[in-house]
Write a protein that binds this ligand. Structure first.
Ligand code: FAD
Ligand code: FES
Length: 242
């Protein structure tokens, strides 16, 4: 973990309430897709956690949805602003399969930009099921069309399959050897019930963000584990939903 002062070099709207921020600095500590960072905002005591959407040795991209006051403040920050960010948190997606399926719901798409690039570098085009409530919420579709075998689902049927990503998967003939999933808890729970053969990226309300407070613990078959330290990525077979 490193405590860094990073400079915003881009902060733009991608869709309805989703923004993309690019920060500059020494990011050489980041090693795996879907590690996360913890951002300190001026008017807030608790840091806000965000997945590493993409990174190079000197840039960090986060994709965030404006939900409350913290993310609202972020959406107003100007290029040139410096932000205090804890970097190099969590485990990330460390094991790469040969025939991957990515399942993303809503802003759960964020951690997959870099994972898709990592698969592509190995000569693998992953299958992506990307679900949203409605068509105007989708982001970066050109990128996903080029770099994945893409299936879209919407709750209101305005684009792609009408229904959610897991129902689409259940009714499809998609073959995969492992899945990689991030999205609303209900989606992840339904996916795990359908198949245990993959990885879930979980979210939890966080206090410290680096393993000290136990505030983000979840139940697993191996006892309680911290989303910020042992996660956010867990084997689906390990997670216990109650
Ligand atoms: C490991 C991890 C990775 C994340 N990655 C991303 C990401 O890449 N992009 C993104 O947009 N968001 C991500 N989140 C969620 C993000 O941290 C919250 O949306 C953000 O902190 C909200 O801040 P706020 O001040 O705007 O909202 P608040 O005022 O704190 O809360 C507004 C609403 O959001 C809910 N909320 C706040 N924090 C969380 C949380 N951690 N999990 C679930 N609901 C929450 C609250 O219950 C409330 O309803 C991630 C969370 C975790 C734990
Ligand atoms: S947030 Fe403190 S241990 Fe995870």
């Amino acid at each position: 973990m490193k405590d860094l002062l990073l400079e915003i070099i881009d902060n733009k709207k991608l869709s309805n309430s989703i923004y993309q921020m690019v920060l500059k600095g020494d990011l050489s500590i980041i090693k795996y897709p879907n590690e996360f960072v913890n951002v300190k905002l001026k008017d807030f005591y608790l840091r806000r956690p965000f997945s590493v959407a993409d990174y190079t040795t000197n840039t960090l991209t986060i994709i965030y949805k404006v939900l409350g006051e913290g993310t609202k403040e972020m959406s107003c920050l100007q290029v040139g602003t410096k932000l205090n960010v804890l970097v190099g948190l969590g485990n990330g997606f460390r094991e790469l399969s040969n025939n991957p399926l990515i399942v993303a719901g809503g802003i759960g798409i964020a951690p997959f930009i870099n994972l898709i690039k990592v698969f592509n570098k190995k000569g693998i085009k992953p299958t992506l099921i990307y679900g949203e409530q409605t068509k105007d919420n989708f982001i970066l579709l050109d990128f996903f069309k080029e770099h994945t075998n893409l299936y879209l689902t919407t709750d209101d049927g305005s684009l792609g399959y009408k229904g959610n990503a897991v129902n689409f998967l259940k009714n499809s003939q998609i073959n995969f050897d492992k899945y990689y999933a991030c999205g609303p808890n209900l989606m992840l729970k339904a996916l795990k019930e359908y198949s245990d053969n993959g990885y879930l990226s979980l979210e939890a309300r966080m206090g410290c963000g680096f393993g000290a407070c136990m505030g983000c613990s979840i139940k697993t078959i191996n006892g309680y584990k911290r989303v910020c330290k042992e996660g956010p990525v867990f084997k689906a077979s390990e997670v216990i939903y109650e």
